[in-house]
Design a protein around this ligand. Structure first.
Ligand SMILES: Cc1cc2nc3c(=O)[nH]c(=O)nc-3n(C[C@H](O)[C@H](O)[C@H](O)COP(=O)(O)OP(=O)(O)OC[C@H]3O[C@@H](n4cnc5c(N)ncnc54)[C@H](O)[C@@H]3O)c2cc1C
Length: 377
């Protein structure tokens, strides 16, 4: 999913310039599967009031949104706006729904098509791509070898000269590590902090195999596709992503407290996370989901920057580290790539798509300058 709706300028520049670039690529005739279905956040009155001031400021800076009242939401989506008043709702600390905040400059994109586009562009400039090769370790050597056992020593000037892989050694003047949650496996052994921690995220797929669910999927009035928007429930913020082509919904919740930071090679979705976590909440807000269980599920991991939830792009001893996208790396990918490229070429500013300039050191470590996100919901 992507959205160009943030308070923080850091978030906005990264996401908006990337999204505009993806739009531009599509306009040139390359299908990236973009569908501008919009985001719909649901609120109770009290919580909406708390964000109203921020929204007004965002509106002044060009952020566009439409506010729907509960009757319209009930009418359009058959949503239960009084979930908090039921016994189960009280037990689960649910909230009533009074307001829907709809953001049109947002939607979904086909990630495989996006990756295929960058792959073909990279090959076009004679880049070589090799799949199935595992980087086992970074090789650190002194700039001037003295052939002493166990070098380099701390008094020697040393640098990363290459990577040992399962198919031999690759040497280079500069090496970029963009290994997502696995970056720390390569960086920790040489004493470099990836500034990110892995956290499991799960997605459950529910088939729209009944009229009620199909009607929800094909909710009209929000976008030109006559498709339900990407919808985020009020409390807890479970999200429902519609998939019109596959006639299904992707459902998830990004749990925080009590969800371990843990690196897993093959993270698995947990049946009970849906059954006892998501299902009772989802089916109370959206009764269309009553009796519905996943036909498929999968899990991945966010690489979370635990301090400011923004990507890190920095260089240490000829090694460039790009990561910690913190769950929004697809919608910001183009900008992150351009900033990493600028760092590689030793430039102070990166030109983002749309002739916007971004100071490279703002996403670095030493002179990091991030504007905090105030639209946190
Ligand atoms: C469930 C889920 C939903 C998400 N939804 C969204 C969304 O809607 N919108 C959005 O913008 N973002 C979303 N994200 C976040 C997004 O997927 C990430 O931010 C993004 O993929 C990060 O890109 P990356 O290139 O830094 O890392 P990755 O995509 O993790 O890529 C790293 C690559 O490095 C490879 N690698 C790792 N170690 C080695 C090694 N030693 N040798 C060789 N190769 C190696 C890995 O195999 C992998 O291919 C979601 C993430 C999850 C888990």
């Amino acid at each position: 999913m992507f959205r160009s709706f943030f308070y923080s300028k850091t978030n906005f520049y990264l996401a908006d310039s990337s999204i505009e670039f993806y739009r531009h690529v599509e306009e040139k005739g390359i299908d990236l599967g973009m569908k501008w279905i919009g985001y719909l956040w649901l609120f109770n009155e009290e919580d909406f009031k708390k964000t109203e001031k921020i929204l007004k400021e965002m509106e002044k800076h060009g952020g566009k949104f439409i506010v729907y009242d509960k009757n319209e939401l009930k009418e359009k989506m058959k949503i239960n706006v009084n979930a908090a008043e039921t016994n189960e709702g009280k037990i689960m600390n649910l909230s009533n729904i009074d307001i829907g905040l709809f953001v049109p400059k947002a939607g979904k994109i086909d990630v495989e098509k996006l990756v295929a586009f960058y792959e073909s562009e990279f090959r076009r400039i004679n880049g070589e791509i090799r799949y199935g090769i595992e980087a086992k370790r970074l090789i650190v050597k002194p700039r001037k070898t003295l052939e002493i056992p166990g070098e380099p020593y701390f008094w020697q000037e040393s640098t990363v000269t290459g990577v040992e892989t399962n198919r031999g050694i690759i040497e280079a003047d500069k090496i970029i590590i963009a290994a997502g949650v696995w970056s720390s496996k390569l960086l920790d052994p040489i004493g470099i902090d990836s500034h990110s921690k892995p956290k499991k995220r799960q997605i459950f797929v529910i088939k729209a195999d009944e009229n009620k669910l199909l009607q929800l999927l094909k909710t009209t009035g929000f976008n030109k596709y006559n498709c339900m928007p990407f919808t985020i429930l009020p409390k807890p913020r479970i999200f429902v992503k519609p998939d019109l082509e596959e006639q299904s919904f992707w459902i998830g919740y990004a749990d925080d407290f009590n969800r371990a930071y843990k690196l897993e090679e093959d993270p698995q979705p947990e049946e009970n996370y849906y059954r006892y976590g998501i299902y009772p909440v989802l089916s109370l807000y959206l009764p269309q989901f009553q009796g519905k269980y996943p036909i498929n599920a999968w899990a991945g991991q966010y690489a979370i920057n635990t301090l400011d939830q923004q990507p890190v792009i920095f260089e240490v001893n000829s090694l460039i580290i790009v990561g910690a996208a913190s769950g929004s790396g697809i919608m910001k990918a183009d900008a992150i790539g351009r900033i990493a490229a600028a760092l590689y070429y030793g430039e102070k500013e990166a030109e983002l798509f749309g002739e916007k300039w971004f100071k490279v050191s703002d996403l670095g470590i030493e002179n990091r300058r991030i504007e905090r996100e105030k639209f946190v919901i």
